[in-house]
Design a protein around this ligand. Structure first.
Ligand code: G1P
Length: 316
C-alpha cells in the first residue's frame, strides 16, 4: 500500500470541515485503579495527556473548533484546555518561558468546547450529542484511545478524500484475523487510488469467521451531517450500545462512505501494553529525552536478554 501523499495545507479553499468532535466519556475501566479519579484521556504519554495529542492532530489538520463530549469526573479535561492563571503567573514571575508555553499551549490549540453525554449509551450516541454544535456541516471525529503519530498526515488525507468524494470517510488499517473482533470491520471495493477504498458494508466487532475483510476501523472519521439522522434511527446494537458503526453501515449501503487505508504509526493507548510501547517510542523520538533514554533502554534490554537476577539492578 502506498504511503500517503502530502496533505493539502489547512488553507485549502475548498475545505469545508472545520469542526472536530472528541468523544471522551468512557469510564476507562481497563486502566483502573489509575482511572478511578483521573479520566483515561488525561493519562500522560511522556509529559502530555493523551488527549492533547489528539487535539494537536486536529489542529494540525486545520480544524480550529473542537468539541469534547465528556461525562462525569472529566473536569480535569476542561481545566487542561483552559488557562491556569495562578500557575502562569508563578512561571512568569520566575521567567520560566519554556514551562509557561507548555502550560499555555493546550488552550491555544483551538476553540475548545465541552458538552456532557449524560448517559453512557455508546459511541453513536456520543456523536449524536454533538449535533447541535456541529450543525449542517461535515465534521471529524477523533477517538482518544487511538493516537496517530504526530508525523503522520492521516486526517488531512481523509479531509482531502471528503472534499473530492463528499459523503463520509473512515480510517482503515489491516489487522491480523485474530484481532478483528476488537474493531469495526469494513467490506471494501477498490477505487483507482491505492490508499482509498469504497466501503460497501460495516460490522461492529465481528468474530474472525464473520469478518468481511481484514480492514479494521480505527478511530478517525470525517462524517457527513447525514449521519445524525441515521443515528437518530439507530437502535442499540452490540453491547446494547448505539454504535457509530451501525449508522455508518446504513450510509455505506447507500454508497456514500469511503475508506482511507492507513499503514503508518498508530498507538492504542486504551490497551496497557500498547500504552507502554507508546510512551517508550515517543520518548525515544524526543530531542530532549531521546538520546539519554535510548542509551538507558539499550542497556536495560541487554540486561533482560542476559536474564538472571541481575536484571533489576542493571541500568538503574
Ligand atoms: C470503537 C468503535 C470501533 C472502532 C474502534 C477503534 O470501539 O466502536 O468500531 O474499530 O473504536 O478504536 P471501542 O474501541 O471504543 O470499543
Amino acid at each position: 500500500m502506498a504511503r500517503m501523499s502530502a496533505p493539502h495545507s489547512s488553507s485549502t479553499p475548498t475545505r469545508t470541515v472545520r469542526k472536530a468532535v472528541v468523544p471522551a466519556a468512557g469510564l476507562g475501566t481497563r486502566f483502573l485503579p489509575a482511572t478511578k479519579a483521573t479520566p483515561k484521556e488525561m493519562l500522560p504519554v511522556v509529559d502530555k495527556p493523551a488527549i492533547q495529542y489528539v487535539v494537536e492532530e486536529a489542529a494540525a489538520a486545520g480544524l480550529d473548533d473542537v468539541l469534547m463530549v465528556t461525562g462525569r469526573h472529566k473536569r480535569s479535561i476542561e481545566d487542561h484546555f483552559d488557562n491556569a492563571f495562578e500557575l502562569e503567573q508563578a512561571l512568569a514571575a520566575k521567567g520560566d518561558a519554556v514551562r509557561l508555553d507548555a502550560v499555555r499551549d493546550p488552550a491555544r490549540l483551538a476553540n475548545i468546547h465541552h458538552i456532557r453525554q449524560g448517559e453512557p449509551l455508546g459511541l453513536g450516541h456520543a456523536v449524536l450529542c454533538a449535533r447541535r454544535h456541529v450543525g449542517d456541516q461535515p465534521f471529524a471525529v477523533l477517538l482518544g484511545d487511538d493516537l496517530i503519530d504526530p508525523r503522520e498526515t492521516l486526517l488531512s488525507r481523509m479531509l482531502d478524500v471528503r472534499d473530492r468524494h463528499q459523503g463520509s470517510v473512515i480510517a482503515l488499517m489491516k489487522v491480523p484475523p485474530e484481532q478483528i473482533h476488537l474493531y469495526g470491520c469494513a467490506a471494501v471495493e477498490a477505487t483507482g487510488e491505492d490508499d482509498v477504498v469504497r466501503v460497501t458494508g460495516l460490522v461492529e466487532k465481528p468474530s474472525p469467521q464473520d469478518a468481511p475483510s481484514h480492514y479494521a476501523v480505527i478511530g478517525r472519521y470525517v462524517l457527513d451531517p447525514a449521519v445524525f439522522d441515521t443515528l437518530e434511527r439507530t437502535r442499540p446494537g452490540r453491547g446494547g450500545e448505539i454504535q457509530l458503526t451501525d449508522a455508518l453501515q446504513e450510509l455505506a449501503a447507500g454508497g456514500t462512505v469511503h475508506g482511507v487505508v492507513f499503514d503508518g504509526l498508530r498507538y492504542d493507548t486504551g490497551d496497557k501494553a500498547d500504552y507502554l510501547r507508546t510512551v517508550v517510542r515517543l520518548a525515544c523520538d524526543r530531542d530532549d529525552l531521546g538520546p539519554e533514554f535510548v542509551a538507558w533502554l539499550k542497556e536495560f534490554v541487554s540486561g533482560l536478554e542476559s536474564g538472571g537476577a541481575d536484571r533489576g539492578r542493571l541500568a538503574a
